[in-house]
Design a binder for this molecule. Structure first.
Ligand code: BDR
Ligand code: CA
Length: 333
């Protein structure tokens, strides 16, 4: 039976690849997509999500979410993120997440209900538990759990793209999704729901190379071509800013959460441990992992992935993308 999920995205190049994989996998049923701020403001991430769904010809309800963190920016007492200048490549600027995905304008529209309200409404009414897959800042879910903590009972698991043990990307200590809204992340971690972390330690291992992009492209359909293009841009940016162990490769963070739901063995070192979120000072937004089993055996609140199988990851993505019947996004030249 397919796993029912609600995605929460800040689309975003890797969010887009995650959405395509989820929509095209026979093992996953996407009930709804919530949007959040992060890679861009929520107007753009919502528009990008709608563009992508329209380009694929699929109808999934989209709920627009929050446009800033729950509390973080109410004070000025936070660590500044590293400012990113565009990377120049062949005389042109290349960025990881453009304001608008290079797709025809969206015809479909988001639902009226705000994302946090949708979570409360859906999770209170559902007869079966559902898996949540937040791959942006956790603001919508944090807010929903604050309003209605009882909704945690109907959550099967929360598979979070975020955090890092030995890796960080926005400050010396923090990964972007968690740094953007640490208080929301803390609420989610304390919710009592089963939490699976897909952090940078795993996503940097499950990287996509230029050869993998050729594999995507050889599928000769919209999903393969679009994924190849996004990954190639990501590789340029990674090479300039954060080269990975494998040369000419990029992480496609958010899609690893979807791959995990299709085949759990793609995460090769998943440990049950205790995770705390840094809420202030230099460690703001840090995922602090306490693995002292003998000390905190009763208190383990998370499964945290330390490694991943990149070959399996790319095979899973190809298996999803090959199901795409659309040759080219409609309206595209
Ligand atoms: C995460 O931050 C965003 O920029 C990406 O979409 C991903 O979810 C990686 O740190
Ligand atoms: Ca994201």
């Amino acid at each position: 039976m397919a796993t029912k999920i609600i995605l929460d995205v800040d689309t975003g190049s890797d969010d887009a690849i995650a959405i395509m994989a989820a929509v095209l996998s026979p093992d996953i049923e996407v009930e709804a997509i919530c949007t959040t701020w992060g890679n861009q403001c929520v107007d753009f991430t919502t528009d990008n999500t709608l563009r992508l769904l329209d380009a694929m010809g699929v109808k999934i309800p989209v709920y627009k979410g929050c446009d800033t963190a729950m509390t973080k920016y109410l004070t000025h007492d936070y660590i500044e993120a590293i400012p990113f200048a565009p990377v120049m490549h062949n005389g042109k600027p290349v960025i990881m997440h453009s304001e608008h995905l290079d797709l025809p304008e969206a015809k479909s529209m988001a639902q009226d209900m705000p994302a946090a309200c949708f979570y409360v409404d859906y999770l209170r009414r559902t007869k079966e538990k559902i898996t949540l897959v937040p791959v942006g800042p956790l603001t919508n879910l944090g807010l929903a759990l604050r309003i209605a903590p009882d909704i945690a009972e109907n959550i099967e698991q929360i598979v979070i793209m975020g955090g890092g043990s030995k890796e960080a990307n926005l400050t010396p200590c923090a990964e972007a999704n968690i740094w953007h809204d640490p208080e929301a992340a803390e609420i989610v971690v304390q919710s009592g729901a089963k939490i699976v972390w897909v952090p940078l330690d795993a996503t940097h291992k499950a990287c996509v190379t230029l050869d993998d992009c050729e594999r995507f492209r050889s599928l000769d359909n919209f999903a393969g071509n679009f994924a190849a293009k996004q990954c190639e841009q990501r590789i340029i940016v990674h090479n300039a800013r954060q080269p990975l162990e494998i040369p000419d490769a990029a992480a496609v963070h958010d899609a690893l959460c979807i791959a995990y739901l299709i085949d759990e063995s793609v995460l090769t070192d998943l440990r049950h441990c205790h995770v705390e979120i840094g809420l202030s000072g230099y460690g703001e937004g840090q995922t602090i992992i306490d693995q002292r089993a003998e000390v905190i055996a009763e208190e383990r609140n998370s499964y945290f992935a330390f490694d991943a199988d990149r070959f399996k990851f790319v095979d899973i993505l190809c298996d999803c993308f090959k199901n795409c019947q659309v040759k080219q996004a409609s309206g595209h030249n």
